[in-house]
Design a protein around this ligand. Sequence first.
Ligand SMILES: Cc1cc2nc3c(=O)[nH]c(=O)nc-3n(C[C@H](O)[C@H](O)[C@H](O)COP(=O)(O)OP(=O)(O)OC[C@H]3O[C@@H](n4cnc5c(N)ncnc54)[C@H](O)[C@@H]3O)c2cc1C
Length: 389
Amino acid sequence: MTDPPHDPTLADYRASVRDWLAATDIPSVPLDLDHRFEVLKAWQGTLYDAGWVGISWSRESGGQGLTPLHQLVFSEELARARAPMPIGLIGLDVVGPSIDTYASSEQRARLLPPLLSGDEMWCQGFSEPNAGSDLASLRTTAKIDGDRFVVNGQKVWTSWAHKARWCALLARTDSDAPKHRGISYIAVDMATPGVSVRPLVQMTGDSEFCEVFFDDVEVPRGNLIGDLNAGWTIAQDTLSHERGSYTLRRMVEYDVAVEEAFAEIRRHRSAGGTVAPRTLEQLGRAYVSVRGLEAQTRKTMARKVRGEVPSPYDSVDKLSLNEVEQRVYSSISDLLGPFRLTPHDPSAGLDSARWVKDHYYSRAVSIYGGTSQVQRNIIADRLLELPRG
Ligand SMILES: Cc1cc2nc3c(=O)[nH]c(=O)nc-3n(C[C@H](O)[C@H](O)[C@H](O)COP(=O)(O)OP(=O)(O)OC[C@H]3O[C@@H](n4cnc5c(N)ncnc54)[C@H](O)[C@@H]3O)c2cc1C
C-alpha cells in the first residue's frame, strides 16, 4: 500500500519502522500455545519499550499520540517483516479503545499502561451459552450490594481468559429494564475469588478460548466503566473495533500470505514441479480479493480519520474480512496438497504446520466478532434499509 498523498510525514515514519525492525531480533513464533503466549508477551514488551504500541492512542493514556494511519503503517511494516503481532490484541485493538473512551481518568491511569505494555492481559466477557448473536439476552448478573457488585453467571468463548488479568464483563444490572438498557460494562479482576476458568480445545489443537464461571464474585463499584446500565453503548463501541480496525491489520497479513504462496509456486516450478491449474486459479482469486479488501481498507481509514466510527460500514469490513480470509487460507491449503499431512517437513517449502493452523483458524472468522449472517442483517437493515423479515 502506498502512503496517502496528504501526509508526507508517514513516509518518514515508515522508514523509521523499517530501520528499527531491521536492527531488531524478531522472534519466531512457537506453535505450542503456552510457549507462543510467553514469546509474544515478551515481544509486546519489546515493542512497547520502543514506542510501537498504542501508536494512535493519546499520550495521556500511555500511547504515542499519532494517527490511525501511523498505526496502519506500523502494522503493515510488521507484517511485511514477517514479525508477529503482540499478544495482547484483545486489550490493544478491541477492549482498550473503549476503556480509553468511556473510563474515568483514574481508571485509565490504572488500567491502560499495563494493558499497553503487556504486563496485564485482557479478555472480553460478552458471549454466553444462550447469548451470542443475540448478545442483549445475556443473563450474567451484577447485583449492587453497598460499594460492590456481586457477579453470578457464565461466559463462553472467552479468548485468552486463562491468561488474562482483567475481564471486560457485560452483566445485567437491571433485570426490569428493557434488555438493552439494563446492562453494564465492568472491569473484573480475574484473580478475584469465585472466578473459575475452563479452557476449551479448538480444532487447531489450541485451547485459546474458555468457559468462565462467576460465583458470587465481589467487584468494587469503582470498576464500573461508564454509567450504570449504559453498557450496551460501550459494547457496541468494542464490537466496532473488532469489526473495523482489526480488518486493517489482517488485510496486510493476507497480502503477505498470498505473496509467500506465489513465491513458493515460483520456487517449485523452477525446480521442475507443476501446480494444478485449479490451485492457481484459486490463488489468483484470493489475490484479487485481497486487493478489493485493500481498497475498502482505504475507505475505512478515511472514516476513522474523520471519526466516523462506529458505523454500520464496520459490518461491511467484517463480512469482507471473513470471505477474504477463508478464501486465502483455503487456497494455500490446496497448494500444500499432500504436505498438509506432513507438518514441519522442510522439503514442503511452505511452513505447512503454520498454514494448516491458519486454515483451520480461518473457519472461526465468520463466527467471532459477530457472524457473517448477523453482519448481513446489519447491512440489510441499516445501510440498505431493506424491510425486515
Ligand atoms: C475463535 C472465537 C473466539 C471468540 N472469542 C470471544 C471472546 O473473546 N469473547 C466473547 O464474548 N465471545 C467470543 N466469541 C464468541 C462469538 O462472538 C460468538 O460465537 C458469536 O457472537 C456467535 O454466537 P453463538 O456462537 O452463540 O451463535 P448463535 O448466536 O447461537 O448463532 C448460531 C447460528 O445462527 C445464526 N444466527 C443467529 N441469529 C441470527 C439472525 N438473527 N439471523 C440470521 N442468522 C442468525 C448465526 O449466524 C449462526 O450461524 C468467539 C468465537 C470464536 C469462534
